[in-house]
Ligand binder design. Structure first.
Ligand code: DHE
Length: 520
């Protein structure tokens, strides 16, 4: 049970009245929080009914075990920062910026209440996912010596794209000059986050929401090794020297280091602060110019930086913050980190060299900083971020850290993209009645110059440029979806390729060269 201790005001006039009032407010606060925290399943009949509802409405995304699948794990350990009445509200109305639908018209209020009680009840047996379990899951499909060092097909190996097809859990390797599929292969269920390339672009690493890391050899068109690094996982990062993979988990609260060569586990790092409070990992990023990984945490107000060296040591530096920061964007030199918590009102700028906050960012709503991009605008660098809750794009001057423009859009958006050689930035409208629309923004006037609606009624989202910035690939997120190729300058449509809900697409050259117009 959580208790709130409220101190009465000490001012002289009306002291007694104020104290009584304060006492009443405190009492109300304590009572309501006790009530909120006291909801438990009362008897076996309730438990049975809750289980039935859960299996019928929740299990397909959050897994029968509640350990997470397409949706996150639904366990008290993972819901620490979500109050129960907020959880009730989410079940009724859905959750912005996720695939969580609204059940307000499907489930009655008592049924929703029962589900909340259920998901805040601890599992009878929480599975372990330590070194023994991770090692046991390790699969080596091909030894490196058995594979060719030359590609088994002809194409510009740096202008390839990997397209993740979320619809039927496949990925397509695409020729970035001809825009023709080279090879389509099965992935693990529900990949999330961008696949990451080895520094030479030969290998691509994927991670699924249920923790499976896969290494795919592009030269040989083969998945060479796999390992399950967590039960419920966020994403992975590849070190700048290409030797190490870092995986960030929601469950258990760990970071897992893997040898990039064969995915052999190196070390598990428990994620906790100095008082022993544990945290989910929001995301892990590679900061190549710093020879480090930077780690965003969900439940403790810290940013971690993990360095790596030739001796295979991985010291962790804890940067203490005033607030939680679980979504980041970096400046191109990786000195500054622009961060926001998913529930915060403002963002913060952290100087990673000195390890402290140097400015606040005027960012309201739910900025999606990990999808932000940067470019040069009138002699200075700006960062643009979409917003998962507001119909706007914020443009931030990266010298003064002021928001210099809010571009009004037709709805909240998820992803932004550009390229050094393109005058345009692309931003999707992911939510609402205009989710079929994609805006094209002039990077020098900061105005929307065109709004495309390639497939009326279907969500169009997430673009990526080819290595030269001459072509843009846009997804239609549908089981009968498409990948659409545009001329990046004339904005004319050139080609459509049918695909099964193509979510993200990732150009080898742009990724390994850390183009400022894309995510890395
Ligand atoms: Fe993502 C990337 C977090 C929901 C599709 N998403 C990321 C990254 C983070 C993140 C931190 C960057 C990591 C990386 O690329 O290595 N995403 C979150 C959330 O917290 C959120 C809002 C809630 C959640 O369910 O986790 C969320 N994301 C979604 C979706 O609902 C999307 C649209 C569909 C899906 O796959 O679940 C989705 N996220 C993506 C994609 C990327 C991504 C396609 C890679 C973007 C890129 O171009 O690099």
């Amino acid at each position: 049970m959580q208790l709130f201790v409220c101190r009465a005001p000490e001012s002289e006039p009306g002291k007694v009245v104020a104290r009584s009032l304060w006492f009443l407010i405190s009492l109300l606060f304590v009572t309501s929080s006790v009530a909120e925290n006291n909801i438990a399943l009362n008897n076996d009949a309730e438990k049975k009914e809750a289980q039935k509802l859960y299996q019928q409405y929740c299990a397909s995304c959050h897994a029968t075990s509640r350990l997470g699948g397409m949706g996150p794990a639904l366990l008290p350990e993972n819901l620490k920062r979500l109050r129960k009445n907020k959880a009730l509200n989410i079940i009724a109305k859905g959750r912005a910026a996720t695939q969580m639908p609204a059940f307000g018209n499907v489930l009655t209020a008592p049924q929703r209440q029962l589900l909340v009680k259920y998901i805040y009840t601890p599992l009878e047996n929480m599975p372990d996912w330590g070194m023994a379990e991770i090692r046991k899951s390790h699969l080596i499909h091909y030894q490196p010596a058995s594979l060719s060092n030359q590609p088994v097909f002809k194409a510009d190996m740096l202008n390839l794209f990997v397209v993740v097809e979320l619809g039927d859990h496949h990925a397509t390797l695409l020729d970035g000059d001809k825009f023709e599929p080279i090879y389509r292969f099965k992935t693990r269920f529900a990949l999330h986050g961008g696949p990451k390339y080895s520094p030479d672009g030969r290998y691509v690493y994927f991670v699924s929401r249920d923790g499976w890391v896969s290494k795919f050899d592009i030269y040989n068109l083969k998945t060479v090794a796999e390992i399950r690094a967590g039960i419920n996982t966020r994403n992975l990062a590849v070190s700048g020297d290409g030797k190490t993979i870092l995986v960030g988990n929601y469950l258990p609260h760990t970071l897992v280091l893997l040898n990039a060569e064969n995915l052999e586990p190196i070390e598990i790092i428990p994620v906790k602060d100095k008082n022993g409070k544990t945290s989910r990992v929001s995301a892990v990023y590679t900061a190549v110019p710093r020879n480090s990984f930077v780690i965003a945490l969900k439940d403790i107000p810290e940013v971690w930086e993990m360095h790596y060296n030739d001796k295979r040591q991985f010291p962790v530096r804890h940067i203490l913050l005033d607030d939680y920061l679980d979504d980041f964007q970096f400046d191109p030199s990786y000195t500054y980190l622009m961060g926001a918590a998913r529930n915060a009102k403002n963002g913060q700028v952290i100087n990673l060299n000195i390890g402290r906050k140097v400015a606040d960012l005027e960012l309201t709503g739910l900025p999606h900083l990990s999808s932000g991009i940067t470019w040069n605008y009138k002699g200075r660098r700006v960062m643009a971020t979409p917003n998962l809750k507001k119909s706007e794009i914020s443009i931030i001057d990266m010298t003064s850290w002021k928001t210099i423009k809010r571009i009004k859009t037709l709805g909240p958006g998820f992803f932004m993209r550009s390229h050094e050689n393109s005058p345009y930035a692309w931003a999707d409208v992911f939510f609402g009645s205009n989710k079929e629309a994609v805006h094209v923004i002039d990077k020098q006037t900061l105005e929307i110059v065109k709004t495309l609606r390639p497939s009326p009624g279907k969500n169009a989202a997430h673009v990526e440029f080819d290595r030269y910035g001459k072509h843009v690939l846009l997804s239609v997120w549908d089981m009968d979806g498409e990948l659409i190729v545009y001329n990046a300058n004339t904005l004319k449509e050139l080609k459509r390729l049918p695909m099964k809900k193509p979510s993200g697409k990732y150009n080898v050259y742009n990724k390994i060269n850390r183009s400022a117009g894309t995510s890395h």
